[in-house]
Design a protein. Structure first.
Length: 304
C-alpha cells in the first residue's frame, strides 16, 4: 500500500496524484518492490532489511540517496501476552523527497504538530523523534503493568504473574538493544550532517533527538535493572506464600484429627469405660471439644 504526502500550511496532507515530498510504502507487494528497486534505485538488500523485524539499525550512503534502517516499537495488542515487540523500518532520503518503507501501518508522524521546516531531511528527523516518543509511551505502559503484576505476586501463590514479569523484562531487553542501535545511527547522522546539508535548525533538532534517545535508553535501562533485581525477591514471595498455605492446611488437618481421634477411640468394638453411662455420648463430645481447646492453646503458646 502506497501513500503520498505534501506539506500544506505546515501540516502533512495526504494527496492522490502528483509529486510528493513524502512517500510511504506499507508492506509493499511485488509490484511496489519492483518499482522501488528499478524506478527509485533502492538497493534490494536494504529494502528487504527494512521489512525484516530482526534487522539492526544502520546508515548507508548511496550515490543518489541516504538509506537508513531504524528500530521502532510495534503496536501492542492483548494477544501479545505482555510481550512488547520491536520491528524495523526503512527511510530513504533523496534531495527532494523522502521514501519510508514499513511492514505495518502505524502513525509515523504526529498529525497535530506543525512542521517548521519543509525539507525531506527534517521529516526524517521527525520520524526518528516520533519513534523515540513511541518507545517512551510503551515504557510508561510497561511500568504501570509491572506495578500491577508486583501487587498480584505479593498476594498470589501461582507462577502466572511472575512469568508475565519475566516477559516484560524480556521486552525491555529488546527495547534497550533497539534504542542503542538507533542512537548509533543518530550519532553517525550527526557526524555526516554535511553530506545531507542539514541546516542550523535541523542540527538543533538532531541534537534534541539524540538527547531524547539517550534519556529514553536510560529510562528503559532503569526499568530493566529494577525488574531484574526484584525477580529473586518476587520468586521468594511466591515460595513464602506457598509455605504459609501449606502450614495453614497442616494446622487445619491436625485440628480435625485431634477430635476425630477422641471420637474414634470410643467407637471401637471392645469394652470401654462409660459405655453403659446414660450421658456417654455427651461425655465423648465434651472430651473431643476439650481436645480442640487444648490444641488451640498450644498453637497460641507456640505462636504458630
Amino acid at each position: 500500500m502506497q501513500k503520498k504526502y505534501n506539506i500544506v500550511d505546515h501540516r502533512l496532507v495526504e494527496i492522490q496524484d502528483g509529486p510528493a515530498l513524502l512517500m510511504v510504502f506499507i508492506n509493499p507487494d511485488d509490484n511496489e518492490k519492483r518499482y522501488l528497486i528499478e524506478k527509485m534505485r533502492l538497493d534490494e538488500h536494504t529494502l528487504q532489511s527494512a521489512l525484516d523485524p530482526d534487522e539492526l539499525s544502520r546508515l548507508e550512503f548511496e550515490p543518489e540517496h541516504l538509506a537508513m534502517i531504524f528500530k521502532r516499537p510495534k503496536n501492542y495488542s492483548h494477544q501479545d501476552k505482555f510481550l512488547f515487540k520491536v520491528t524495523s523500518a526503512g527511510a530513504f532520503l533523496f534531495k527532494d523527497y523522502l521514501i519510508i518503507v514499513a511492514s505495518d501501518d502505524i502513525a509515523l508522524f504526529d498529525p497535530t504538530q506543525l512542521i517548521r521546516i519543509e525539507t525531506p531531511a527534517y521529516l526524517l528527523l521527525r520520524l526518528m523523534y516520533r519513534s523515540i516518543f513511541h518507545f517512551l509511551e510503551h515504557l510508561k505502559v510497561i511500568a504501570a503493568i509491572s506495578d500491577d503484576l508486583q501487587d498480584k505476586i505479593n498476594m498470589a501463590m501461582e507462577n502466572k504473574s511472575l512469568l508475565n514479569l519475566f516477559t516484560l523484562e524480556k521486552s525491555l531487553i529488546y527495547y534497550l538493544n533497539s534504542l542503542n542501535s538507533n542512537g548509533a545511527v543518530l550519532d553517525k547522522l550527526r557526524v555526516n550532517a554535511s553530506k545531507i546539508s542539514l541546516g542550523t535548525d535541523e542540527m538543533e533538532f538532531l541534537e534534541d533527538t539524540i538527547i531524547e534517545n539517550s534519556q529514553c535508553y536510560k529510562q528503559a535501562e532503569i526499568y530493566s535493572n529494577i525488574l531484574a533485581s526484584l525477580m529473586d525477591a518476587r520468586a521468594s514471595i511466591v515460595s513464602n506464600n506457598l509455605n504459609i498455605l501449606i502450614k495453614l492446611l497442616n494446622i487445619i488437618t491436625i485440628a480435625i484429627m485431634v477430635p476425630t481421634f477422641v471420637v474414634s477411640a470410643f467407637s471401637m468394638n471392645v469394652g470401654l469405660p462409660l459405655q453403659n453411662h446414660p450421658l456417654a455420648f455427651w461425655l465423648v463430645m465434651g472430651l473431643a471439644f476439650v481436645s480442640v481447646l487444648v490444641f488451640i492453646m498450644i498453637l497460641r503458646r507456640n505462636r504458630w
